[in-house]
Design a protein around this ligand. Sequence first.
Ligand code: ADP
Ligand code: MG
Length: 731
Amino acid sequence: MGSSTARRAAIAAMTNFKTIAPRVNYKTTPLHEVYASNVFNEEVQRQRLPKPVFKKLQQTIKKGVAIDPAIADAVAVAMRDWAIEKGATHYTHLFYPMTGITAEKHDSFVAPTDNGGAVLEFSGKELVKGEPDASSFPSGGLRATFEARGYTAWDPTSPAYIAENPNGTTLVIPTAFFSWTGEALDKKVPLLRSMEALSHQAIRVLRLFGDTTASKVFTTVGPEQEYFLIDKNFYWARPDLINCGRTLFGAKPPKGQEMEDQYFAAIPERVLACMLEVEQELYRLAVPVKTRHNEVAPSQYEIAPIFENSNLAHDHQMLTMATLTKTADKYGLACLLHEKPFAGVNGSGKHNNWSMSTDTGENLLNPGDTPHANAQFLVFCAAVIRAVNKYAALLRVAIASAGNDHRLGANEAPPAIISIYLGDQLQDIMDQVESGGAKSSKQGGHMEIGVTVLPKIPREAGDRNRTSPFAFTGNKFEFRAVSANQSIAGPNTVLNTIVAESLDYIATKLEADKSAGKDFNKSVQKLLADVIKENKQVIFNGDNYTAEWHKEAEKRGLPNFKTTVDAMPSLITKESIALFTKYKVLSEKEIHSRYEIYLENYNKTVTIEAQMTATMARTMIIPAGFKYQQEVAASITAAKNAGMTKAALADQELLLAEISATVSSLQKATADLAHVLEHHNSGDAMAHAKYCKGTVIPAMNTVRAAGDKLETMISDDEWPLPTYREMLFIK
Ligand code: ADP
Ligand code: MG
């Protein structure tokens, strides 16, 4: 479909849009009845499981007690009966392989009987363990294909649910995926391990503060998802969007986002209808979506849930992305989750709001109202600051991808330099802590900073800073450099692990002081001052977009890895391996396999984009250039034949020459790109990645520049691709 056909179809789709009646009318079925209706949640478990089984399962979910295999059969039976009542014929172990998306293989409950009939069966064994033939998932060398066995294991802490389809429903069981030698092949296993590591260390710190009731600390996450919705007719006419998720060509439109008239603007009717259905689907699955709004770029939107524990937040985030994509389709829209679908307007991120919470419900990054809680808060806060400073490079690795390279470092997303924003008030308190004394406003004068006199911190600790990659926002940290289409498992695994290491460091010091009989208040005070002193270089409260900050950061020695290729070696340093192995989050083998997978992913992404760029140039854009060139040439000849003088035709000949020169430079650039791709390096993954970064991407950029130039010159009728001004504004 050419541009003008796609454009007409999109306009028709838009103008003829009729509201699709929602599946549920909230007037007759209130939201709270819809909510969680497809989830095998605590309430359903209570109703359907024998009491002792229910209790044991809850112990695992809420307290992290190891699952008792003996309860599996009882849970399976209850789950099956519940699912069948909901119309399910099949079940699936859903897992989260290193592709970054979900994977599923369905099996039916059907078991034939001797008399030619069938019964529906589902055993504890089937619930607990699955064995997908998993040879085709990236393993980074952990498995050869001939020993491709991978296992999925039931994750009882993420409830099973029903996935609906107009023709039937399926029981979905979230699982962890690992090799037969026990190595993690997925994103969930390391995330769960990192949550346990953090819990263990956080409890040590809490005990020092006299907390004897909390038995587990959960990390919590509320991920804000940005995305684009464009008309599906445009999408189908853009091979780059279909195959690469982003536009590889597209001249900057006259109007982009400069009017700032998009952010929080009224949501278009069709888009809102789509959002309402997305939310309804997610409510059924107990995904607590809360916020919707227009984002900064044209046709860009955001959806955000209420935070949950990291594991559940991760599973729900994957469901959110899948539901957005699936539902958009019904409304004639394409949901683009890529970090940078369009050059020149904002890309999409996923702000990862993160905190730690006890099983007794206390948010450990909440400044609190009492001086006691306040000191504890400062210790946890300092642990995060230390972690981010010490392991900034690993955080950078956790968000590195070919797509996110387009965002980080451009003047719209946080830069690739990882720093922390504390806000004025918290900064002030940290300054006081560092200098060892707080001025008590009540009594005046300068006094020793005993824990009991630490200043009270207001809940809204200071201003907003939209440019910081890692900002304190009142009672949580917001890791803002995470990208829109990436799984949040990786960034949270790193975050949990590095904070666990800091809490370990802090607990070890304080415990030693305690056994040496030192005064706890003094120990805390000294420790805080030391941690701040040693790590304050990572704190920056100014504008992260400025050149001054880049210079300043360099002076401070903060790492600035501009691309994935620069960042990735930090994953396999001695320090990184020591960290992940010490807290049993990743083994050395697993780290290396991930390193390979990330680089392969980068290489494949760039290569596919480069091939698509060359294909589009050759088969769509260059031919369009020729057609227009022919039209202009024919017009000049006709004018000459009609008696126009050469002088009168000078400008037209100039145009012809310019078109011809642009087409030629596009041809040349395309030939160069093809050449570069033919001579593709076949060395190791890193050598290949360096080649992609240093040679392939620049060659691709040259092709794009020529193609985009041509777009601004030739007849709109001849242009084969939907343009930015159409895709972003016809909605
Ligand atoms: P903001 O205006 O600072 O972005 P919101 O209240 O809108 O704050 O929250 C943004 C996201 O942060 C939401 O997903 C919210 O649930 C999440 N959030 C709030 N508190 C926490 C917490 N303690 N841990 C993790 N995420 C949280
Ligand atoms: Mg926010």
